[in-house]
Design a protein around this ligand. Sequence first.
Ligand SMILES: [Cu+2]
Length: 148
Amino acid sequence: MSKSVLALAAIAGVITFANVAGAAELKVKMLNRGAEGMMVFEPSTAKLKPGDTIRFIPTDPGHDVASIPGMAPPGFTPVKGALNKEVVVTLAKSGVYGFKCTPHWGMGMVFVAKVGDGKPNAAAAEASVATTPGLVKKRLTAAFNAIR
Ligand SMILES: [Cu+2]
């Protein structure tokens, strides 16, 4: 192998490493009780970069994770996890992504991630909070304040 080929191989290796190291994974616990109260994702919000991953961990039993309708940028395939199952979601594009625990939606068990600058759907996602029920609205409002 010539010196130049070896040099190219070395550069390619560095680039691959940089790509792997550049995308972060956020671990989110599903809890019966956390710092913010009963039935929570912890943390309940995040600001991420496009390509980052979220690992939803069923720390306590009885929870799942699913997309909140109308709270993801166009082209995102909605998440529908099973009860007590870990779910890993890659948020490839800029936008605001909302997730809920299906059994505890009414108790406001929600998670919101802002990826990149939140465009194109940040405003529409925040506007949809107005139509949600009491505890959901309370926690979603707090979440949107946190990611602003
Ligand atoms: Cu739950």
